[in-house]
Design a protein. Structure first.
Length: 428
């Protein structure tokens, strides 16, 4: 599989975290009015709540990078989005499920892409607001959650192929060629979001409940009509319960060093399972220092379970101007692996990094999620180090128990020409 790591990284949302900031990836995502709820859940104990009920709210979560919809390079041709969705009540006006914004925080310049109407059916729209294709027959439910797999294929045909797959049956309900090229279908240089930034004085009179939102982009060889796509779900983000092999970062209260090593009390019943800013945190201003955390919580994964990638969430900040961000790290069986997560400013922000392979290389195994097995943490920058971590929960395990059946093979749409001089319609 050749899934594009840059484009799917940092866009897995499980909502299991005890604190909203762990999934508010503020460096890349404009999140307002998305909260954690525990009543409509697919996996684990929690899901997300997008509040469309208040005028001018901005319930959005970023799903991808700038310009991915119009990028036609070989490794970014097939866009897959998955999740579970439901409503409290039908919306009072049409609302966006997928929304394109020219702003990286989703605050402005938005155009609808995939919407649910007052009838709770889904509809696609082009960049000019014209409906493309038919409405779905399946409705977003007002009880429970509906599994939905969304495919945007820009590679197999010369035009854009769209697919909505509800549940796990043998075929899609909507799968069709739009007849539009990439530039005709999508707004130029937009960011793709779950949700919608509502205009001033506008609300939709409903809440959208979600769980296990995942994003992945691949080359044409990964198209789900060629290779069965996994039914990706997300497990984990359990609280750490102790300090791991590395403990070099300082335990601090406000601006005072409590201990020159990472205290276990800061992990299991102190700061790292909750976000209280500078009240208590771990800090390093020394180059190349490491800390790791470990959990004695039992393996959260079903059996069997195929792991696609592991994501690490944290809330952190730089200690001042000119400081360089730390990197996320994992440690497994004595082998370290390093990521690129980092703080963007001296203000606390959430961040996420992904590890598609286990430390030392190779595919992840279910046993890697066993209690006291995988350590996670940070390494400070090799120069100009200075960072504080105020929240860091355990890994998110993104993977599947089964695959979807192969989806419909894209077929070029045929257009009928008008009848001329008594001739039968032709095909152009």
């Amino acid at each position: 599989m050749a899934w594009d790591l840059f484009y799917y990284k940092a866009f897995a949302y499980s909502f299991e975290e005890d604190d909203k900031d762990a999934f508010t990836i503020s460096q890349l995502v404009g999140v307002v009015n998305v909260t954690r709820q525990t009543s409509r859940v697919q996996t684990g104990a929690a899901g997300g709540d997008f509040d469309y009920s208040v005028n001018g709210n901005r319930p959005v979560l970023r799903t991808g990078a700038l310009g991915e919809l119009t990028d036609t390079t070989a490794d970014r041709q097939v866009i897959l989005r998955r999740g579970y969705f439901g409503l409290d009540v039908a919306p009072t006006s049409e609302a966006a499920l997928l929304y394109i914004s020219t702003d990286s925080t989703g605050v402005s310049g938005g155009t609808k892409l995939l919407c649910f109407g007052t009838d709770r059916k889904l509809r696609w729209y082009d960049k000019n607001g014209n409906q493309v294709g038919d409405a779905s027959t399946t409705l977003l439910p007002t009880a429970g959650l509906q599994e939905l797999t969304i495919t945007i294929n820009k590679a197999t045909l010369s035009t854009v192929w769209l697919s909505l797959k509800f549940g796990t049956g043998a075929s899609e309900e909507l799968a069709f060629d739009t007849g539009l090229t990439v530039t005709q279908m999508f707004a130029t240089l937009g960011y793709l979001f779950w949700g919608e930034a509502l205009g001033a004085g506008v609300n939709r009179g409903c809440h959208l409940y979600v769980d296990d939102l995942t994003s992945r982009n691949g080359a044409v060889a990964e198209s789900p009509h060629l290779v069965a796509y996994p039914r990706l779900n997300i497990y984990g983000s359990v609280n750490p319960t102790g300090v791991g092999f590395y403990s070099a970062w300082d335990s601090m209260t406000n601006n005072t060093v409590d201990n020159v090593s990472s205290l276990a009390s800061y992990v299991d019943d102190g700061e790292l399972p909750t976000h209280d800013g500078d009240t208590s945190h771990l800090q390093s201003t020394t180059n190349n220092e490491k800390f790791t955390l470990v959990s004695t919580v039992a393996n959260p994964l079903p059996d069997p379970f195929t792991i696609a990638w592991v994501a690490i969430n944290a809330v952190l900040r730089l200690t001042g101007a000119g400081k360089i961000a730390p990197g996320a790290m994992l440690r497994l069986a004595g082998t370290d692996d390093f990521g690129t997560i980092g703080a963007s400013s001296a203000s606390f922000a959430g961040a996420q990094d992904v590890f598609p392979t286990k430390p030392g290389g190779g595919a992840w195994a279910r046993a890697n999620a066993d209690a006291s097995t995988l350590e996670h943490g940070f390494t400070s920058a090799p120069s100009d180090a200075g960072a504080r971590v105020t929240l860091m929960l355990g890994p998110l395990w993104v993977g599947s128990e089964s695959d979807l059946p192969l989806l419909t093979t894209p077929i070029q749409r045929q257009f009928s020409a008008p009848t001329l001089m008594g001739m039968s319609p032709g095909i152009i």
